[in-house]
Design a protein around this ligand. Structure first.
Ligand SMILES: O=C(O)CCC(=O)C(=O)O
Ligand SMILES: [Fe+2]
Length: 524
């Protein structure tokens, strides 16, 4: 007990002094914590208000979308950590958690999805990393702020987790540049170096990887993984040097063959794919042009048939390619009809799937990213009207056609090169329908797209730019029923804005007298 002697009570003053200091320190800590929270939330509020004024316009910029998802994942985790070390903060977080049913929280997968989409845009549209980090996209809309070193680091980390060392290097280099210029550092220099060094090694530049690892070791001499990597990189360099000196004369190819790889075959497969990829990306950027021999035969006119309806109300038609014939029809959907279709389709939206022709299962795939749903003839008079219009314009029956598919592509949304028709090995795809193959495609554009989002045909050098209210039409099959390989096409990633389309896939059955078949592969 202390109350019995003055000396002991005197010591209590020391205790009290400590207590006061502790509480004061607590207040200072809380205040600086609150100050940080206040600064963060104030900034978030400012951006949020700007976004809420026009969400489509704001989120039409991929950098803004990435930053929003990052705020709701990485930044939110940081904020929660600050808030959970006191009970008031905990209570508030519990409150937020109990609202889980009606709040949407993006997760790590979403963050990865937007990061991957950004990389796709960067590759397809040749976007420069520094320009992107500055928020510039194609000279189009500007992001609301530049990326910090931590943002670039996050993009690098996401690429790294996906095993994409090429983009890890690009973004970690950018993070490094930005970090060195930041007065308030948003990320540790050494953390960037660690990722950068390893990805540089994975990309084959051992010398540079070693240099970066040495830099890292200057900053963090006890970093164990870096110590291990340093030894390994040095040994690898030695071995490479020895090889160059001819001590081991085997070429890479010879070694690969020894290990059982068939080098040339792989190279051929890769180059077919690469050729298509290059053509696809070039067309997405609008760099393709139809040769003169074809363009001089192209035409535009008012289409007055085949149905009586078109005699009264002709359709503005542009033929943009001959063999396969690709036509564009303008102003065939009104803004009102488009609004109705979007409204009907949106509540039923699901991530688009593709059919695995081996298992027959529908599955999601990274090469098709959009949300879509199907509208039946009887769902609304607008849908019925649309079906009639396609029948009037094409002269083909809609009785055997698929329902109207409505699709929306977000930032980076795309559909890589594909055929709409089922090929021989996939011929069971539509078997259960009993309506034959997809003879033709009628593709409505239900929005303009600010940048990107073209429909491209890599083998005929054709890019179609979405125009609200217009539609594209082509036959997927030759009159013989054989698939027309030149109709292979793709939906380019949306760069800025959003893209809405709807598809009507018309089938073979019922068209026998409308588009008679021939034995000859080519005649129409
Ligand atoms: O959206 C586009 O431009 C094309 C879509 C497409 O090819 C498809 O859904 O099959
Ligand atoms: Fe398609």
């Amino acid at each position: 007990e202390v109350y019995t002697a003055m000396t002991d009570i005197g010591r209590l003053l020391t205790t009290e002094g400590e207590m006061i200091r502790a509480v004061e320190n607590y207040i200072i800590a809380q205040e600086s914590k609150l100050e940080k929270l206040r600064r963060d939330v104030y900034e978030m509020e400012r951006v949020h208000d700007e976004a809420a004024r026009s969400p489509e316009a704001f989120l039409g910029n991929p950098i803004n979308t990435f930053l929003l998802v990052k705020r709701l994942t990485v930044d939110w985790t940081d904020l929660q950590n600050i808030m959970t070390d006191d009970s008031m903060g905990k209570a508030m977080l519990n409150n937020l958690t109990s609202m889980a049913d009606f709040l949407h929280w993006p997760d790590e997968e979403d963050l990865n999805g937007v990061a991957v989409a950004l990389m796709r845009l960067q590759d397809t549209y040749n976007l420069d990393t520094s320009q992107l980090a500055r928020g510039h996209i194609y000279g189009k809309r500007q992001a609301y702020r530049e990326l910090t070193a931590a943002d670039c680091f996050e993009l690098g980390r996401q690429s790294y987790n996906g095993g994409d060392h090429y983009h890890t290097m690009l973004w970690m280099n950018e993070a490094l540049k930005r970090q060195e210029m930041e007065s308030n550092k948003t990320v540790d220099h050494a953390d960037i170096l660690e990722y950068l060094a390893f990805s540089t090694y994975m990309q084959g530049n051992v010398r540079q990887a070693l240099k970066l690892t040495n830099e890292l070791l200057v900053e963090r001499p006890n970093h164990q993984r870096a110590q291990g990597n340093k030894v390994y990189y040095e040994e690898t360099l030695q071995a490479q040097l020895a090889k160059k000196r001819g001590e081991d004369g085997a070429t890479m190819d010879e070694e690969a063959v020894e290990k059982g790889y068939t080098v040339t075959e792989n190279a051929e497969v890769a180059s077919d794919w690469q050729r298509e990829r290059r053509a696809y990306e070039r067309l997405c950027r609008g760099e393709g042009s139809v040769p003169n021999s074809i363009s001089k035969k192209l035409d535009c006119f008012y289409k007055h048939g085949p149905s009586d309806f078109l005699r009264i109300s002709p359709v503005k038609t542009e033929v943009v390619h001959i063999d396969p014939t690709v036509s564009i029809y303008y102003d065939i959907l009104s803004d009102k009809e488009i609004a109705v279709i979007k409204e009907l389709a949106t509540p039923m939206f699901k991530r688009a799937t593709v059919q695995n022709y081996k298992t027959g299962e529908l599955e999601t795939a990274s090469y098709r990213i959009s949300k879509s749903s199907w509208l039946k003839h009887g769902d609304h008079k607008v849908v019925a009207g649309v079906n009639h219009r396609i029948e009037s314009i094409t002269g083909l029956t809609m009785d055997t056609a698929e329902e109207l598919q409505v699709a929306n592509y977000g930032i980076g949304g795309h559909y890589e090169p594909h055929f709409d028709y089922a090929r021989r090995e996939e011929k069971d795809a539509f078997k259960s329908l009993g309506t034959g193959n997809r003879i033709a495609t009628f593709l409505f554009y239900m929005s303009d797209v600010e940048a990107g989002g073209a429909t491209v045909f890599p083998y005929i050098n054709l890019s179609l730019w979405p125009k609200k209210g217009a539609a594209a039409f082509w036959y997927n099959l030759h009159p013989s029923g054989e698939g027309d390989t030149l109709t292979r096409h793709a939906a380019c990633p949306v760069l800025v804005g959003t893209k809405w389309v709807s598809n009507k896939w018309i089938h073979e059955r019922g068209q026998e007298f409308r588009r008679p078949c021939t034995l000859d592969y080519n005649t129409l």
